[in-house]
Design a binder for this molecule. Structure first.
Ligand SMILES: NC(=O)c1ccc[n+]([C@@H]2O[C@H](COP(=O)([O-])OP(=O)(O)OC[C@H]3O[C@@H](n4cnc5c(N)ncnc54)[C@H](OP(=O)(O)O)[C@@H]3O)[C@@H](O)[C@H]2O)c1
Length: 265
């Protein structure tokens, strides 16, 4: 199979697909390469569709739930950031950066370009709070969090023997807002470090996805005692707000920490 390149030539196209359902941790053998459909630039131009070269393909924890065998099929496409290389749609031109839902593939043919969102401000700062601290599981990622993604502090959670001590070190007066992605023991320790009336927007619980038996959280009373607000959400519910988000954040003074680079993979 082949896809259109910027100069009108066709290039091979392929995607990664799920080979078998997963119990426990996924393995390299969970997936396999597969040929992907193709379209030529003139086909794109005639039919108001676009061809996107995918620069970033998300490989993330929320995909784990979709790898488990459920009674009903649970597959939904993945998120990519790409560059338009051919377009017949008036709102999308060659060179535009876009993001949307598709497969784990090198090129995507978008029959309804409106389903992809144009990135008008690739230079948006990720964080403009007065103080932000994050964590990841390698020193390389920790350095990226601080040097590129705008966090004031970051730590390697795998190197911290005592998470409570780490949180006390980075949040001297406690935590106002915790963006919950981890769950389990991390949530237990965070709850005891939250400040009164803190907020916990709850997006995911990665530490639980590969466990046969999920861990319990034994100190939920902290939510009552401290008047915390914990609220879950799905990103799909907020797609309609993307351009408003871009416009609002585009007005924030730039700190020189751009995080989307063309050509990086
Ligand atoms: N609600 C929604 O609509 C929605 C949409 C997308 C994602 N999510 C959820 O959001 C969360 C983050 O997703 P993402 O796309 O941002 O993932 P990501 O970029 O892959 O980051 C995941 C982070 O979690 C860390 N991590 C992995 N296992 C951990 C563990 N056992 N304990 C502590 N930290 C651990 C990873 O550390 P390493 O450096 O060690 O890998 C990494 O820093 C996930 O829970 C996902 O399910 C929800």
């Amino acid at each position: 199979m082949a896809a259109a390149s910027a100069n009108g030539q066709e290039v091979p196209n392929k995607r990664v697909i799920l080979k078998s359902y997963v119990t426990g941790f996924p393995r390299r053998t969970t997936w396999r390469w597969s040929p992907a459909p193709c379209a030529s630039p003139c086909c794109a131009e005639m039919n108001r569709l676009t061809v996107v070269k995918n620069l970033y393909v998300s490989c993330d924890p929320y995909m784990r739930g979709r790898m488990t065998k459920h009674d009903k099929p649970s597959y939904v496409p993945d998120i990519v950031v790409g560059e338009v290389i051919a377009s017949g749609h008036p709102d999308f031109k060659v060179g535009d950066l876009v993001w949307g839902m598709t497969g784990w593939e090198e090129y995507t043919f978008v029959p309804k370009p409106e389903s992809f969102l144009k990135i008008n401000h690739p230079e948006l700062p990720l964080s403009y709070y007065t103080y932000g601290c994050s964590c990841a599981g390698s020193d390389e990622k920790v350095n990226l969090l601080k040097s590129k993604f705008g966090f004031d502090e970051a730590f390697n959670y795998k190197k911290e023997q005592d998470l409570d001590a780490a949180l006390r070190r980075y949040f001297l007066e406690g935590i106002d807002i915790y963006f919950e992605n981890v769950g389990g023991h991390t949530l237990v320790v965070v709850l005891s470090n939250m400040r009164n009336h803190g907020r916990i927007p709850t997006r995911g619980m990665i530490s639980q996805y590969n466990l046969e038996e999920p861990e319990g959280v034994h100190n939920l009373f902290e939510i009552i005692g401290k008047g915390l607000r914990m609220e879950g959400f799905m990103v799909f519910d907020y797609y309609g707000h993307y351009h408003k988000f871009e416009q609002e954040n585009g007005r924030v003074p730039q700190g020189g920490k751009d995080y989307l680079h063309r050509g990086h993979r």
